[in-house]
Design a protein around this ligand. Structure first.
Ligand code: FCB
Length: 443
């Protein structure tokens, strides 16, 4: 029997204007690498020992060729929306013009979605920075923010009214901290003097693009997608609580506070000068451009204790964990949403990513991913709780439509509600996908 997903009968999440969707990202699914410029993830994949299984994104789910069947698949799930990202190196040439072939690729996809009445949630940057821009310094170079604005300008004009919602960036924390501070993501730079600088240029890019989107696409809902890993103290001691608070400011509030309060968390002053971002006059006003929505990505929480040398240390996540080692702790999601809502004056929220890596097995064409269904159920409940506490949440996106290239984990971690056989490129809807479909159609 297929396990079911359900919500209380009076839940706001069962009304038709609550949007359900599935999400993907260009580099993780497309392949089609010959038809675009190289990006930082190509280079990272080609560097030994960076991606666990030594894989790359040259083919991925071959969505570049199989997009029609994938859109039929999305339609068959009955979702209201599809969150996809645009590959910057596919649509913009080295000299900064639109690449008509790349633009057409997305125009046909957006038209197909429109014809099927599926809302397009477009993310402009899900980590695939053109390599030639990295060669000029990437996100450490302030110029990249202006290049991003120009890309946002050209592409939003080309897309016209096909897009329901634009997100400028996906998870600037990952781009800056993982990519430029600890180097586990592309471009693999390591140094505390890099992380905050990259983050500032990413946030500046967001602000500059928001102004452009507001002008070119005033009817779409324009905003940003941030990830949150709520920070909990290991014990009730003041020292552990302080450690967790510092970590929260460093990893979470660092990215949202500039956008909604126009300033960085006060820990900025505690960082050595050489670790601080280069903030120019007027930057914070640009960064805090109003947004129509906030996208929240949530997977797990983290636990911290105090440390003599560092401001905090993270302790190993306790069980239960998903296949990627992330603790399953849905309460952190409702607490997060309520806290954010108290702390900031926020626009409506979409949960733009949530899901679980499970070591799926396909047996006679069936994937019994009961643990994933359970994960979804717990997190849908947590969102429902937050809504009951007054948080304005307008939609939910399962990560991911299908199994795909999970960054430094390669193809070893499966997050899809659809199973992908990478040899045959055959897709099979998992039981979680069937449960999601039933939840949506039973509204
Ligand atoms: C998020 C990313 C997404 C995916 C999930 C598992 O951080 O935005 O691309 O890799 O994690």
């Amino acid at each position: 029997m297929t396990a079911k997903l359900s919500l209380p009968l009076n839940s706001a999440m069962l009304t038709k204007d609550f949007i359900y969707g599935v999400a993907t990202a260009s580099f993780q699914i497309e392949g089609g690498a010959d038809n675009r410029l190289p990006c930082i993830w190509d280079t990272f994949c080609n560097t030994p020992n960076k991606v666990i299984d030594g894989s790359n994104g040259l083919i991925a789910c071959d969505h570049f060729n199989l997009w029609q069947q994938d859109i039929a698949l999305i339609e068959s799930l009955g979702v209201d929306a599809y969150r996809l990202s645009i590959s910057w190196p596919r649509v913009i040439t080295k000299s900064g013009e639109l690449n008509p072939e790349g633009v057409n690729y997305y125009l046909t996809i957006l038209d197909a979605l429109k014809a099927k009445n599926i809302k397009a949630f477009v993310t402009l940057y899900h980590w695939d920075l053109p390599q030639h821009l990295e060669d000029e310094g990437g996100w450490l170079n302030r110029e990249t923010a202006y290049k991003f604005r120009d890309y946002a300008d050209l592409i939003s004009q080309a897309f016209g009214d096909r897009v329901y919602s634009y997100a400028t960036l996906n998870e600037p924390f990952c781009s800056s901290f993982l990519g430029y501070e600890i180097g586990v993501h592309a471009p693999g730079k390591v140094g505390k003097e890099f992380g905050r600088k990259a983050a500032h240029h990413l946030l500046l890019a967001h602000g500059l693009a928001m102004a452009v989107l507001a002008k070119n696409s005033p009817r779409s809902k324009n905003g940003i997608v941030l990830n949150f890993t709520p920070c909990y103290p290991e014990s009730d001691t003041e020292a552990d609580k302080k450690a967790a608070e510092f970590a929260d400011d460093y990893f979470n509030q660092w990215y949202i506070k500039p956008i909604y309060d126009g300033e960085y968390p006060s820990i900025l002053a505690q960082l050595p000068t050489e670790h601080q971002p280069d903030i120019k006059d007027g930057d914070m006003a640009l960064i805090s451009h109003p947004t129509d929505f906030l996208g929240v990505n949530f997977y797990t929480r983290a636990i911290y204790r105090t440390d003599e040398k560092e401001h905090f240390v993270q302790i190993d996540p306790p069980a239960p964990r998903t296949d990627i080692g992330w603790e399953i702790y849905p309460k952190a999601l409702s607490e997060l949403l309520v806290l954010l809502n108290e702390k900031y004056t926020l626009p409506p929220i979409y949960i733009t990513e949530n899901g679980a890596a499970i070591d799926d097995k396909i047996v006679e064409g069936v994937i019994k991913d009961t643990d994933r269904i359970e994960y979804y159920q717990l997190h849908l409940n947590a969102i429902n709780d937050a809504i009951e506490h007054g948080v304005d949440i307008k939609g939910y996106f399962a990560w991911s439509l299908m199994d795909n290239f999970e960054w430094a984990e390669g193809y070893l971690k499966r997050f899809g509600i659809v199973y992908v056989d990478y040899d045959s490129q055959v897709r099979t809807i998992k039981n979680s996908g069937l449960a999601y479909k039933a939840l949506i159609s039973n509204r």
